[in-house]
Design a protein around this ligand. Structure first.
Ligand code: PHE
Length: 448
């Protein structure tokens, strides 16, 4: 067998994993969830969920992945000691690959819209009115073309492999994303109304601490850290044995939740600046407008009312969104592609072409049945399947996999780990606490 590709450096891995984690979930999902869930009260619960639940689950994926050096399906089958657990591993692996592909099929649609608004900021700078009109009006033609272009970009990167594709583009794009994010925050902070937004974001309203908030925060944390579907597992499989997994895991969790928090410093104040400029920012029920309407109505109204500079702000904002989407979508596509490359005779390029086309087909079906399928797929994949799969991966790490192998893998790259807090707590934590917490929260969400 040809030697397996690896990330060429620790920095490369961190950029790739952070690129996967930091996406629409951080820049769009987190701030709007915070705004509609009691401001800083949600932030506090979210950070609890991220470190107490998502980080341990992330570690399970990284450890299984690096040990197995393979895709999610082969990995789970490989660590299963007997027939029954191998069947379970096959089931969970296939489920994970399907969910990763389904996430990409709705994510690609939304990312396509980002590309449209990015293009529109250019066409309106140039004064091409009819092109601008087409780019911002919701229609199947526009949706399919933009989603298709986004899928092609994703496929291009994945076809080029780990160091020449995923790592190369993540290390180029992620620093750019950080710079644009910082620049936008500084600009928005100087605008009228930003202070009110900051207050809403940072002052906790603990009266809003209801059970559903925990479910939302958990779903958000699993989605944001790209958990359950084998993304982090497969990225972990490209890591060298020299690296310390617990440390890398902490770093990725910190960068991801830190960026979510920082994105809130942009989005929430921007909403209130838009209010100052006369935009309507509340729904009829009195909640902040969230979801697509926020990104594609409230913010564009804001950009328009800013005058000439608004077009540049819009350009920067939609470049930010597009980069965030792309470094996440490549990690989703890598899940089925790594499986096909390792388990069939397809080359990486062929696998990328075939699978990318299939997912393009799925997205097209969703677009033609938008009203019934779009929200359904999002809920099915992110609210229920991701936590459930995260739970199963904890079960594999805690119950099914031989404990000696598990400990040995943690030790690789971190020989002095025995005696640390992580070594003492994590194995039992992932065995008992994580599954129980996820299960409780899930049952509650189904009941409620
Ligand atoms: N973490 C990404 C985001 O926040 C989404 C994602 C989910 C990526 C699952 C990969 C796998 O947007």
């Amino acid at each position: 067998m040809a030697s397996r590709e690896q990330f060429s450096s620790k920095f490369g891995f961190i950029m790739a994993a952070a690129g996967s984690a930091i996406g629409l979930g951080n820049i769009w999902g987190f701030p709007t969830q915070t705004a509609s869930n009691g401001g800083a009260a949600f932030v506090v619960v979210y950070f609890m969920m991220a470190f107490a639940l998502a980080y341990p689950a992330l570690m399970a994926e990284l450890i299984i992945g690096r040990h197995s050096k393979s895709n999610i399906l082969t990995a789970l089958r490989g660590i299963a000691p007997n027939q029954a657990s191998r069947i379970l591993g096959t089931g969970v692996g296939i489920y994970g690959v399907i969910i990763a592909s389904l996430i990409l099929s709705f994510y690609g649609i939304v990312a396509g819209w980002m590309l449209c608004y990015l293009a529109e900021s250019v066409t309106s700078l140039l004064g091409w009115d009819s092109a601008s009109q087409w780019l911002v009006s919701f229609g199947n033609e526009r949706n399919i073309i933009s989603m298709g272009i986004f899928m092609l970009l994703t496929m291009y990167i994945i076809a080029n492999g780990i160091s020449g594709g995923i790592e190369k583009w993540s290390t180029r794009l992620m620093p750019m994303l950080m710079v644009i994010l910082a620049g936008l925050i500084i600009y928005v902070m100087t605008q009228p109304g930003a202070g009110e937004g900051l207050r809403v974001y940072l002052l906790p309203d603990f009266s809003q601490l209801k059970p559903s908030l925990f479910v939302d925060a958990m779903g958000q944390a699993f989605f944001s850290l790209s958990l359950g579907v084998g993304t982090m597992l497969v990225y972990g499989s490209y890591l060298s044995n020299k690296e310390s997994l617990p440390r890398l895991g902490v770093m990725v969790t910190l960068v991801d939740s830190g960026t979510a928090f920082v994105a809130g410093l942009l989005i929430i104040p921007a909403i209130y600046v838009a209010k100052q400029y006369g935009a309507n920012i509340f729904t009829e029920a009195g909640d902040l407008i969230a979801g697509p309407d926020l990104i594609f109505q409230v913010l564009p109204t804001l950009f328009e009312s800013m005058g000439a500079i608004g077009m540049w702000v819009a350009l920067a904002f939609f470049i930010l969104m597009s980069i965030a989407s792309l470094t996440s979508s490549i990690s989703m596509l890598e899940v089925p592609v790594s499986l096909a490359v390792e388990e069939t005779s397809f080359s990486r390029r062929q696998a990328t072409l075939v699978i990318g086309t299939l997912i393009f087909g799925c997205s097209t079906v969703i677009l033609f049945n938008f009203g019934t399928l779009f929200d359904f797929v999002i809920n099915l994949t992110t609210v229920y399947s991701q936590p459930l799969l995260g739970l199963m991966l904890c079960v594999f790490a805690g119950w099914i996999w031989h404990r000696d192998n598990l400990l040995q893998e943690i030790k690789a790259g971190h020989p002095e780990i025995e005696g640390t807090f992580f070594w003492k707590v994590w194995p039992n934590y992932v065995k008992f606490v994580c599954p129980l917490l996820v299960l409780t929260t899930l049952i509650q969400s189904i009941g409620g």
